[in-house]
Write a protein that binds this ligand. Structure first.
Ligand SMILES: [Zn+2]
Length: 412
């Protein structure tokens, strides 16, 4: 039986694929968008009830391409560190002081915070997948990335993957989707990345990892020295992969990562990395997620956004966790990015939290845009402006998002 359709009317509809529409309307049936256009064109064709949202811009729900909900309670828990390695050691100590109830509370609070700021889809790296049994269905569209680490672990890599697969079988429904996340080249071996690729080949799923986040990671891999090198060596990590390549170069050359991967950070890149990227067409390149607040907190080298865009890389924006940023607001992150890199348009910025992450998750046409056939994940932002300046006006919006729809249902 076909469900009843509804027409949403808004002052401006911002489809992200295609131009903004003044006095626009969107027809929703079930969980899908079936039509979008000017109200005067759509309303006479469809006799359905109209919900007039008033003086708002209606946009696709925002997609947070990198987050750790486990650490939502760690806001201001760690002062900006002198060294990335010191921060890793500090957060590991903090993690040991928390129990399952703390993490469950953190994840639930993180979902509330994401909802407040207009995020309808989140890529969440989950370090404690066993907690998910107790969580119940996610309130937002969530890609749960199983965090995989094989340094200093008694588990063999095969056991880590077996754990991941049993976790996937437990629940796969509603708004929940799954992926794999070898943590970073300094904590996950190339063979662990290759096992993740083998899993994804058998059963398609998203893949993400942290790469080239800090200068200390660059020193460790390229020069076989520095605080992270010394720390990992002290953990008995085999260091034979250090002293030749950059972190990105090591993973890319070995086939550990490919175009299917979403790479968090990529702050520290060298000319040789851009030479590797330059050998490929845009379709052959991985996606990158930049976290502006976390980047500023750590004081990393300037993010090479222009060079990545010139290479054809699909760039997304995420918040990272509250252990290294101030809020889970993606619009706040976009304003932070706009302040640090001149010349970015509002439309360019909004694409980094809509169509770009949708493409990175292999959800182009499904998420991040208001077009027929896409899922009905939408947010409304008050507007008193014009179609021409609407993207800028949305990026400037700093209040909580009062109206949201996910999967065709209004989220309270
Ligand atoms: Zn992260």
């Amino acid at each position: 039986m076909r469900s009843e359709a509804v027409i949403l009317r808004a002052r401006i509809v911002v489809p992200m694929e295609g131009a903004p529409i003044d006095d626009g309307a969107v027809v929703i049936q079930g969980d899908r968008i079936v039509a979008v256009g000017a109200r005067r064109d759509l309303v006479p064709l469809h006799g359905e009830p109209t919900l007039d949202l008033g003086e708002v811009a209606l946009l696709p729900g925002l997609i947070n391409a990198h987050c750790h909900l486990d650490y939502t309670m760690m806001r201001h828990a760690i002062d900006p560190p002198k060294s990335f390695t010191a921060w890793v050691q500090r957060i590991n100590a903090l993690k040991r002081s928390l129990d399952n109830d703390d993490y469950l509370a953190a994840i639930r609070r993180g979902f509330r915070e994401l909802r407040k700021w207009g995020t309808t889809t989140v890529c969440n790296i989950e370090a404690f997948p066993e907690l998910m049994v107790e969580l119940g269905p996610s309130p937002l569209r969530t890609w749960w990335f199983y965090e995989m680490i094989d340094v200093r672990h008694r588990h063999t890599t095969e056991e880590v993957v077996a754990g991941a697969l049993s976790f996937f079988r437990r629940r796969e429904a509603g708004l929940d989707r799954y992926g794999l996340s070898p943590h970073a080249p300094f904590t996950a071996s190339v063979s662990l990345y290759q096992l993740a690729n083998a899993c994804a080949a058998r059963s398609p799923m998203a893949l993400t990892t942290h790469v080239a986040e800090s200068l200390e990671e660059m020193q460790m891999f390229r020069d076989a020295r520095g605080p992270l090198y010394d720390f990992m060596k002290s953990l008995q990590r085999p260091m034979t992969d250090c002293g030749r390549h950059t972190p990105f170069g090591l993973l890319w050359r070995s086939g550990a990562i490919n175009r299917d991967w979403l790479l968090a950070h990529m702050n520290e890149l060298r000319d040789e990395d851009f030479e590797l990227l330059g050998q490929h067409t845009a379709d052959e390149l991985p996606s990158v997620v930049h976290c502006p607040g976390s980047h500023r907190y750590f004081g990393h080298s300037p993010f090479p956004l222009r060079r990545l865009l010139d290479a054809g890389v699909n760039v997304c924006v995420g918040t990272d966790s509250l252990a290294s940023t101030e809020s889970l607001s993606l619009l706040e992150e976009l304003r932070s990015l706009r302040d640090s890199i001149a010349g970015l348009s509002g439309e360019q910025l909004l694409r980094m939290v809509t169509v770009n992450p949708a493409r990175a998750l292999q959800q182009a046409g499904q998420l991040g845009q208001i077009t027929p056939g896409a899922l009905a994940d939408l947010i409304a932002v008050p507007t008193s402006g014009t179609v021409a300046a609407i993207h800028e006006e949305v990026v400037d919006h700093s209040a909580p998002i009062s109206w949201m729809m996910i999967d065709g249902k209004i989220v309270p």
